[in-house]
Design a protein around this ligand. Structure first.
Ligand SMILES: NC(=O)c1ccc[n+]([C@@H]2O[C@H](COP(=O)([O-])OP(=O)(O)OC[C@H]3O[C@@H](n4cnc5c(N)ncnc54)[C@H](O)[C@@H]3O)[C@@H](O)[C@H]2O)c1
Length: 397
């Protein structure tokens, strides 16, 4: 298949590009380095440097002989997206290209505006580009489990059958996002659903939980092929961050009571899920929604697991509850379904002490580069959203 990967430089985009390229697909990646630039602006660079997309694809070619085409540009710009679609003529589009950080979206008005405009405009441009250049292509869009929030009933995979006054209909499962970033994903889903109904597009919307890890089969060919690995409060997902904190001797920062429960998955399972979605497309006029996580943990459980692995590794890991910068329930019911990918054949990798131990081995190679003050600067506070002076000026607005 010809596959267009939007956000192909990202934490998930680059490993996806390599994996689908290794599977024999023709890959084009598009990115404007927004993620790299935001990290630089906020002084929260990843643990190790990664080559840019031109360099990465050259290394990939040298190692495998496979070519990945690169387009650098902002997908909010119609010329860029039209060029990407008309040149690559995709059978399938994997859309990762959004501002992915909830805390970043909650910093101040400017970061909120960037998140809102970027995420909605890119999704809208993708929809219009599909209609114009490839109406029969399949779009795989990354949403988040955070779209559902933490309701007091079981979470279904995207849809809920409602019976009201004796009549029944299937509706999108009610959404109650906990940050502006998550709200942009809710808006994306509504946009997609509208154009699926109106234009009969084929769409898979993946409600993904926080991802952890850095190793994939393809990155084992050369360490320069590893994805970004952030460990800060804004772009570092919790398990990755806790592993770095453990190695740095920085107490694991549990927000509030630590009973917040979410569904997590290993980066290799993200790749498996996306490949399964590519190979088993939605039908025309279908918005297929699948919950993309493999296990649920509370933050306290994660902290305990990282502590155990760290203690075995010879680290002295401490856990320190801190005031919760977010507005969220710290103890709640959580029972999300996740059988759709299992039915398609997903064989998931569980989070074990060994998996964390292996991550610690790699992170400890870079321990001299860990900058402790990057871990939790405490900038993102949900209830201080109106302050505008707590971040650097973004030239990207
Ligand atoms: N990583 C996770 O744990 C996780 C969990 C749930 C959902 N997601 C979603 O998965 C997707 C990928 O996440 P990620 O962690 O790889 O994020 P990422 O920031 O590393 O990747 C997104 C990429 O898209 C690019 N991008 C953003 N806006 C763009 C634009 N206007 N034009 C061109 N490129 C643009 C960025 O530069 C970046 O390289 C995101 O949509 C994110 O919301 C991620």
């Amino acid at each position: 298949m010809r596959i267009l990967i939007l956000g192909g430089d990202g934490y998930l985009g680059w490993p996806t590009a390599m994996q689908l390229s290794a599977s024999g697909h023709e890959i084009t990646v598009v990115d404007n380095y927004l993620r790299r630039n935001l990290c630089r602006e906020e002084n929260i660079e990843p643990l190790y440097q990664t080559p840019n997309l031109h360099e990465r694809t050259a290394i990939w070619k040298e190692k495998t002989g496979n070519q990945i085409e690169v387009i650098i540009g902002d997908l909010r710009n119609w010329e860029v997206i039209a060029d990407a679609f008309s040149k690559s003529k995709p059978d399938c589009i994997v859309h990762y290209a959004e501002q992915p950080s909830a805390p970043y979206s909650m910093l101040n008005r400017k970061t909120a505006s960037l998140t809102l405009m970027n995420n909605i405009e890119v999704t809208a441009n993708v929809i219009f580009a599909m209609k114009e250049f490839c109406p029969d292509a399949h779009l795989i869009k990354l949403g988040t489990m955070g779209e559902y929030g933490t309701p007091n009933i079981d979470i279904e995979e995207g849809w809920l059958d409602i019976t009201h006054n004796g009549r029944s209909q299937k509706f999108l499962y009610p959404r109650a996002a906990g940050s502006l970033y998550h709200t942009t994903k809710v808006l994306d889903t509504d946009l997609l659903w509208f154009y699926v109904r109106t234009w009969g597009l084929k769409v898979t919307d993946l409600m993904q939980g926080p991802v952890y890890g850095m190793f994939t089969e393809e990155s084992s060919l050369d360490p320069r092929l590893l994805p970004f690995f952030n460990y800060d409060e804004m772009f570092g997902t919790v398990i990755n961050r806790f592993v770095v904190q453990a190695v740095a001797g920085y107490p694991l920062t549990v927000y509030g009571k630590g009973g917040q429960t979410r569904g997590y998955l290993n980066i290799v399972d993200t790749l498996q899920c996306v490949k399964l979605a590519v190979e088993n497309p939605a039908k025309a006029g279908e918005l297929r929604i699948m919950n993309q996580f493999t296990e649920t943990f509370s933050v306290n459980e994660l902290a305990e697991l990282v502590k155990k692995a760290g203690d075995r590794f010879g680290l002295d890991v401490k856990i320190k509850p801190i005031e919760n910068p977010r507005k969220e329930m710290e103890e709640h019911y959580y029972n999300p379904k996740h059988t759709a990918f299992q039915k398609l054949g997903l064989k998931s990798v569980p989070l074990t002490e060994n998996v964390l131990y292996r991550m610690m081995e790699v992170v400890s190679q870079y321990s001299a580069d860990i900058i402790n003050k990057r871990i939790f600067p405490g900038k993102a506070k949900w209830n201080q959203f109106n302050k505008t002076n707590n971040t650097t000026n973004s030239s990207l607005q």
